[in-house]
Design a protein around this ligand. Structure first.
Ligand code: 5GP
Ligand code: MG
Length: 194
């Protein structure tokens, strides 16, 4: 499929497979947090769709939830990130003694989740688990493993289901691989799409 911006999109995970994978993930989370009131913190903007589906499925599994969002951003010049991650919007909840599930769209270099986890752990939580829709282990710079992973993907620049390229394609209900001219434009400045 080619769109108005001349990007070529190739489907990678279709909607049916995507929802099947997320259902399995939710089964594991629901079993692990049986009876607890779980504090779900989604990282904006990329995780908005994944978080929305996750919490609705957790509701159906009778997991009681408190939900908030956090925004962090990494900065860099050109295609290389400085590796620095900054807090743009903090959680507005008291997380002391709470079990927290930190949710992101994709675990890539590991910088974002490592920073966000470190930040949340300063709240003296009861527990902290991390959940990602996608994991790209081959790109890791900072050692980090998520507790719950929907899908492991190769080193491709993916869009859809919340993930963008220059603000576009977040609305796709499935996951696609994007092939564009060499440039960066997503909210992830150190990754160069092929
Ligand atoms: P990390 O800090 O782990 O390198 O980066 C995580 C963030 O980079 C994700 O939350 C996401 O915003 C962005 N990112 C990493 N890989 C991709 C990708 O393949 N596609 C898109 N659209 N964003 C990505
Ligand atoms: Mg992100």
């Amino acid at each position: 499929m080619s769109d108005a911006h001349n990007a070529i999109l190739e489907p990678l995970i279709n909607e049916t497979d995507l929802h099947a994978g997320i259902s399995q993930l939710v089964d594991r989370i629901a079993d692990d947090f049986d009876g607890d009131e779980l504090y779900v913190i989604g990282l904006l903007r990329g995780s908005f769709m994944f978080t929305a589906d996750l919490v609705r499925l957790l509701y159906r599994r009778d997991v009681r939830l408190v939900i908030d969002f956090m925004t962090v951003a990494s900065y860099g010049s050109g295609t290389e990130s400085s590796g620095e991650v900054n807090m743009m919007r903090d959680v507005h909840l008291d997380l002391t003694d709470k079990p927290v599930l930190l949710v992101d769209d994709i675990l890539d270099t590991g910088r974002t989740l490592s920073f966000a986890s470190q930040h949340l752990s300063e709240f003296k939580l009861a527990s902290l688990k991390t959940c990602v829709f996608l994991d790209k282990p081959s790109r890791r710079v900072v050692p980090f493993e998520a507790d719950y992973v929907g899908f492991t993907v190769p080193d491709l620049f993916v869009v859809g289901y919340g993930l963008d390229f220059d603000g576009r394609y977040r609305e796709l209900p499935h996951l696609s691989v994007i092939q564009t001219p060499r440039s960066t434009g997503s909210d992830h400045p150190d990754h160069t799409p092929p």
